[in-house]
Design a protein around this ligand. Structure first.
Ligand code: HOZ
Length: 429
């Protein structure tokens, strides 16, 4: 067992002054046991903890580090930016450059507003959808996570699913009265909701590939079906591509599945891991955003120079070598399936592009109900065994595993060996 003396000391100190000792709940390891490792540094596919142990990293800051940790181009861009100052609360030339870069791969985004996080982007897009349609109701999928804004914290995935708190106390009933939930991948449920609330639904928001209850691809025609239904009911289709943007395809899920949403949410990846978010889409909708239109939304740090610089460099480096990361992901998925079969462990290994995850269940996983049949105790054992074998996973069954352009043959081979050992150990314990 690795000694984690310094991590343990730091965690005790953090617990004494921070709720649960963390700045975001999933980091506290509540779902996997033990106490968190504290990270000292990262380079490429690897991170090192404060006790000197190294790990191949599949968290990658929950997705954005498409080009791996501390990529030289990102560091250079940040060095240049930081020398010019950190924030002005005023226009800088690189904001529009970042927007153009995004538009070049996501042409559905005719106009884009930069904000500071995915949560903020979702809140703003919902307000905009309601203003544009003059309707209040929002449709969302069970197990999808769209940040922690009140109106969408209903039967959500990610940390709330991990902690078994799908509906948080403190969210007023009236904030969620207009939120309708449906199972992911269930087109008939969406149709029924539209039939029931004809003329009242402003938008359907969806993770086009679910990534916050583990990775679950959309079934054939699901996204096309959503496009058809929203169009038919004069409602908006919002793709939350915080996870899938630049990950399932360089142009996101909308390019991969050839479905054009009305609005798109983007998050941390367009800041290369620095705080950022964005919402954008059809020009006739986006022109309603202040100051061009009446829908108010603002932010002093929005489009700040550091996030914009890191984002541009990350997208450049990440998109250029995207195929490499996708092929490493495909190799890992196939190897994991073979290893699990050889050990007779029931597992569904599911992925799209550069993200994947494992469900320890015999059932095919298509929605929250089937995702929650995964043996989470077994996942926790596998997580801990992986950690002992130098592989760092998200500390939750319900988060996606991310691969970067820096995950080379050596790190992938080590991961496959660790998976085999982790399964053997978990079966024994
Ligand atoms: N929001 C991230 C996406 N699932 C998880 C990380 C976190 O909640 O800290």
């Amino acid at each position: 067992m690795h000694q984690r003396t310094i991590s343990d000391q730091l965690f005790q100190e953090a617990v004494s002054c921070m709720p649960g000792g963390v700045s975001s709940p999933v980091r506290a390891y509540k779902a996997v046991g033990g106490s968190p490792i504290f990270i000292e540094r990262g380079k490429g596919a690897w991170i090192q903890d404060v006790d000197g142990h190294q790990y191949v990293d599949y968290v990658l800051s929950y997705g954005p580090l498409l080009a791996g940790h501390a990529h030289p181009k990102v560091q250079t861009a940040l060095n240049h930016a930081i020398r010019r100052g950190t924030s002005f609360g005023a226009c800088i030339k690189d904001e529009a450059r970042l927007v153009r870069k995004i538009q070049s791969v996501m042409p559905s985004i005719e106009k884009l507003r930069l904000v500071n996080s995915g949560t903020e982007a979702v809140m703003s897009a919902i307000r905009l959808a309601r203003a544009f349609t003059g309707r209040d109701k929002i449709l969302k999928c069970i197990g999808n996570y769209h940040g922690h804004a009140d109106s969408l914290l209903v039967e959500a995935g990610s940390g709330v699913a991990t902690l078994g708190l799908p509906n948080s106390p403190g969210v007023p009933k009236r904030s969620v009265e207009d939120t309708i939930v449906v199972p992911f991948n269930d087109l008939m449920a969406v149709k029924r909701a539209f039939d029931r609330c004809s003329g009242e639904i402003a938008a359907m928001i969806v993770e086009p590939v679910a990534g916050n209850m583990g990775v679950i691809p959309p079934q054939d025609d699901y996204l096309h079906g959503l496009r058809h239904l929203t169009h038919h009911h004069e409602s908006l289709l919002i793709f939350d591509e915080v996870m899938t943007g630049f990950r399932v395809h360089p142009g996101g899920a909308q390019a991969l599945f050839d479905v054009t949403p009305d609005l798109t949410i983007l998050g941390k990846v367009i800041g290369g891991g620095l705080p950022i978010g964005a919402y954008g889409g059809r020009e006739d909708i986006m022109t309603m955003v202040a100051p061009q239109g009446p829908v108010y939304q603002a932010g002093t740090l929005s489009g700040n120079p550091l996030s914009v610089a890191a984002g541009m460099a990350t997208l450049d480096a990440g998109i250029q070598h995207w195929d490499q990361a996708a092929s490493a992901t495909a190799t890992l998925i196939e190897a994991f399936k073979d290893i699990a079969t050889s050990q007779s462990v029931p597992v569904q290994v599911q992925g799209v592009g550069t993200m994947f995850s494992c469900f320890f269940t015999e059932k095919s996983v298509t929605d929250w109900e089937s995702a929650s049949t995964s043996d989470t105790d077994f996942f926790a054992k596998v997580f801990r065994a992986f950690l002992e074998h130098h592989v760092y996973l998200p500390p939750s069954q319900y988060e996606a595993w991310f691969v970067s352009t820096a995950h080379d043959a050596e790190s992938c081979t080590l991961t496959m060996e660790a998976f085999e050992t982790a399964l053997k150990k978990s079966l024994r314990s």
